[in-house]
Design a binder for this molecule. Structure first.
Ligand code: SF4
Length: 387
């Protein structure tokens, strides 16, 4: 059974792009910092912005964002959710600013959060001014409802002074249509207004609730702009369908080399958005968040309880803490039989090709010993610690 091999490693999103690799960008404006790997996704060259301590664009690792679901003015609840998001691996968090009470909470939220805080502003530009004053790391403006030139100018002046970026966050509602052209036109019109005020610290999002329009809009925007792009499929839906829509939409764009930061939108606990985002990025070798399991779907040849074994292994691995890195992820193959299993187990860093009630344990392509089914997980973890 074919399984995705994860040994082709993503270094392409390292912030440490060296000069030689940068030169590969060439006239197309794409680059990878692996010279020898044609399987690597070549990312579109974009400008770089900074959101707090997080770099976005120009080869920086594709960052993971989420949004709190608590009333922002409820500082303890909002900070508690931010702490959970931080622990899950969220790198930038957005909070909704509905009124001045929310805006007044931003200073305390900033003081308690370890990750950058973005303020989501609609309708009232004065909310943006308050949030900037309180230390927001980025402002999201909706071109559909903050339109007056003097109001835009006031926000731009404050953002420039605070040296923070503005996200031009277009969605089908603000563009008046979900057609890709309408989304791109709405974003570009707003970007031009900011540029006319000599403001270039910009990031753009173009979110439609349907995947095809979203992907098309980002592709069009990527052809005409080098501002970094925040990817997402808005209102993607409940857990499973939301993850599928986001994976297809965001994944398609990432495969094209488009996208600098992502948010998976789910009608679910926002913590779920982080694990989905991580899986999207690691499945494309764009980031590494720990060992990858390669396992077969099983079939009538399988004579061990592979489902239980893989679940147990996954549970143990997710309980371990890994710092995100651009190093090659370790792969652990757990295969259901000795027909197709040995090939995958040999290719992985560590692997087991199961037989009847036992399996052959491979490390770095060599069979070390046979292990009993009940010891698969502990033996794999034992070898993992040695690597
Ligand atoms: S049991 Fe063997 S043949 Fe069946 S899916 Fe797994 S590896 Fe493939």
């Amino acid at each position: 059974m074919a399984s995705l091999r994860m040994t082709e490693v993503a270094f392409c999103n390292s912030p440490l792009l060296d000069v030689a690799h940068r030169s590969q960008a060439g006239s197309e404006g794409y680059y990878s910092n692996r010279k020898d790997d044609e399987k690597m996704i070549k990312r579109k060259r974009t400008r770089q912005i900074r959101v707090g301590g997080v770099k976005i664009g120009e080869g920086a690792p594709i960052s993971i964002q989420s949004m709190t679901t608590t009333p922002t003015a409820d500082v303890p609840a909002t900070l508690a959710q931010i702490k959970r998001l931080e622990s899950a691996g969220c790198e930038i968090v957005r909070v909704a600013i509905r009124d001045m009470r929310d805006a007044a909470a931003v200073g305390k939220i900033k003081a308690g959060a370890r990750i950058p805080v973005v303020c989501d502003i609609h309708f009232d530009y004065r909310l943006a001014l308050e949030c900037i004053k309180a230390g927001a790391d980025k402002i999201r403006l909706n071109p559909g409802n903050i339109k007056k030139p003097d109001e835009i100018a006031a926000v731009v002046k404050a953002a420039s002074k605070a040296r923070i970026p503005i996200r031009v966050g277009v969605n089908s509602g603000s563009a008046g249509s979900s057609s890709p052209d309408a989304l791109v036109t709405a974003a570009n019109r707003y970007v031009k207004k900011l540029e006319e005020l000599n403001f270039h610290d910009i990031i753009i999002s173009l979110k439609a609730s349907d995947v095809v329009s979203t992907v098309e809009a980002y592709r069009k925007m990527s052809k005409v702009s080098d501002y970094p792009l925040h990817l997402g499929v808005t209102a993607a839906g409940p857990h499973q369908s939301g993850i599928i829509k986001s994976s297809v939409g965001i994944g398609s764009l990432l495969l094209d080399g488009i996208g600098d930061t992502i948010r998976v939108s789910l009608t679910a606990d926002p913590i779920e958005e982080i694990s989905a985002a991580r899986r999207i990025l690691s499945s494309l070798n764009l980031r590494n968040f720990g060992p990858e399991i390669v396992s077969c779907p099983t079939c009538g040849r399988c004579q061990v309880d592979l489902l239980r074994i893989v679940e147990a292994l996954e549970g143990k691995l997710s309980a371990m803490k890994y710092q995100p890195s651009d190093r090659r992820p370790i792969t652990i193959a757990v295969m259901g039989c000795e027909v197709n299993g040995p090939g995958e187990a040999r290719e992985a860093d560590i692997g087991i090709a199961s037989g009847k009630g036992s399996g052959a344990l491979f490390v770095k392509g060599k069979v070390l010993r046979r292990v009993k089914e009940k010891h698969f997980v502990t033996e794999l973890l034992k070898e993992l610690k040695k690597i």
